[in-house]
Design a protein around this ligand. Structure first.
Ligand code: SF4
Length: 438
């Protein structure tokens, strides 16, 4: 029989969601407590959790954990360490009457050494290790599926707390760079015709914790084998600037918790003009050297609007004005992404037009060999080098991105799309079976 605990409305929400967006350390354990089946928690914790979220207090939960020592909850309901900031972790350990330096030790084990087994964290007291093992876990995203390319690229399909699916990709390069490409939304509303995610439509925003954890999990795994995550790019599912605050919150944690510098973090947008200006202001005010990439792909409004609906709202003139504003505020070079599609946008005439369009902007063009997507008829171009040469004549530096994961459908959204279709098919089959049996 299915157990109901009355907290299902909170499933999939984070500590901060439950606290109305407050960054309070007091929210720490609540997300793990709420979805918790009643059998696993002492009565007074359930009473506390049933109050309006803003009144719930961490201390009650942790004290209850400390004194009543309930049975270890199922993994899905434990506190996610990767969802805690340093201050939140400090608050939890203080409640557990641990000295402050334990938070630093614990974080070193996880983030510096890539260790996720509390049992082997030798400089922590045995009792604390046991309590951590009973109530805390490292990571809340479930690996639903994983594909490994011959070139070492790893593509992950994650299942979130509410069952939604997102993707991230880890790309190793010969010069020891390790780049994580992460998602910012479940699906996407921008509707770019060449993109599998765009064809899926938008489901929901990711929380900052869900965004951060995609990079953190790769970073921890790399640490455990003596490697280091060096770069993070927001080029997975979703338009990062449509989820601006959560993305920037995650960026701050990627910098502070994973030690990845701003210069090695790239936000890619289809060209949301107000958010580009907002991003420029934020980078200037916080002295951040984050990289900005713009998905451009066409140099005329008519052609761009045909494949990227966003261009109907913010045309090329507005977009390039915003880019100039960013350059003036931040002094940084912008990367323009250009997916080369045979016969569509790969001619030398097109390169010449692009050169004219970008004249005077401090930029670099990143030519992307098209990753074939089911539902989009475009074919990869064989004219990349001629395109680069023509841009060079116009004084625009350009490079062709190294292709990664071509044998595993590494273009964003493809794995999630397949998995969603498969799940829908299974649901239909189950319904059909149910009808037959009725
Ligand atoms: S390319 Fe990016 S913005 Fe466009 S539909 Fe795909 S995920 Fe959304």
């Amino acid at each position: 029989m299915q157990q109901t605990c009355g907290y299902s409305e909170y499933l999939g929400k984070t500590n901060r969601d439950l606290m109305g967006g407050a960054q309070s350390s007091r929210a720490l354990c609540v997300a793990s407590a709420l979805p918790h089946a009643g059998a696993f928690l002492p009565a007074r914790v359930l009473v506390a959790a049933s109050r309006p979220p803003s009144l719930v207090r961490l201390s009650r939960f942790v004290r209850a954990c400390s004194s009543d020592i309930p049975p270890s909850p199922p993994s899905a309901f434990r506190l996610n360490l990767l969802g805690c900031t340093h201050d939140e972790l400090l608050a939890l350990l203080t409640e557990w009457r641990q000295p402050k330096f334990r938070a630093k030790q614990l974080r070193e084990w996880v983030y510096e050494r890539g260790e996720t087994d509390f049992g082997v964290m030798a400089n922590l007291p045995l009792a604390l290790r046991a309590k951590l093992a009973a109530h805390v876990k490292v990571g809340g995203l479930q690996v639903e599926q994983e594909q490994l390319s011959q070139d070492g690229t790893v593509k992950r399909l994650w299942r979130l707390g509410d069952g939604a699916l997102i993707e991230s990709v880890l790309m190793p390069y010969d010069d020891f760079r390790r780049t994580a490409c992460i998602s910012s939304q479940v699906g996407c509303a921008m509707g770019c015709t060449f993109c599998a995610t765009g064809q899926m439509g938008f489901s929901r925003q990711l929380t900052s914790d869900e965004i951060f954890e995609q990079a953190a999990r790769f970073a921890i795994e790399l640490k455990s084998r003596g490697e280091r995550l060096s770069n993070v790019v927001f080029m997975g599912m979703g338009e990062p600037f449509r989820n601006f605050d959560a993305v920037m919150d995650a960026v701050r944690r990627i910098r502070s918790d994973l030690g990845i510098g701003s210069r090695h973090i790239t936000i890619s947008t289809v060209g949301l003009v107000p958010e580009i200006r907002k991003f420029a202001d934020l980078c200037a005010e916080e002295n951040l050297s984050l990289q900005l990439a713009i998905s451009l792909h066409q140099s005329s409004d008519a052609a761009r609007s045909a494949i990227m609906p966003v261009n109907r709202k913010y045309d090329l003139t507005q977009l390039l004005e915003a880019c100039r504003y960013y350059e003036a505020r931040c002094g940084r070079r912008i990367t323009f992404e250009w997916a080369l599609i045979a016969g569509e946008n790969d001619s030398t005439e097109e390169a010449e037009a692009l050169g004219k369009l970008l004249r005077g902007i401090k930029c670099h063009v990143n030519l992307i060999p098209l990753n074939p997507t089911k539902g989009y008829g475009g074919a990869p171009s064989g004219n990349a080098q001629a395109f680069v040469a023509q841009l060079g004549w116009s004084g625009i530096p350009a490079t062709v991105r190294v292709r990664r994961g071509i044998d595993i459908d590494a273009g964003c959204g493809q794995l999630a799309e397949e998995a969603s279709k498969e799940a829908a098919k299974r649901r239909l089959e189950a319904k059909a079976v149910g009808r037959c049996g009725a």
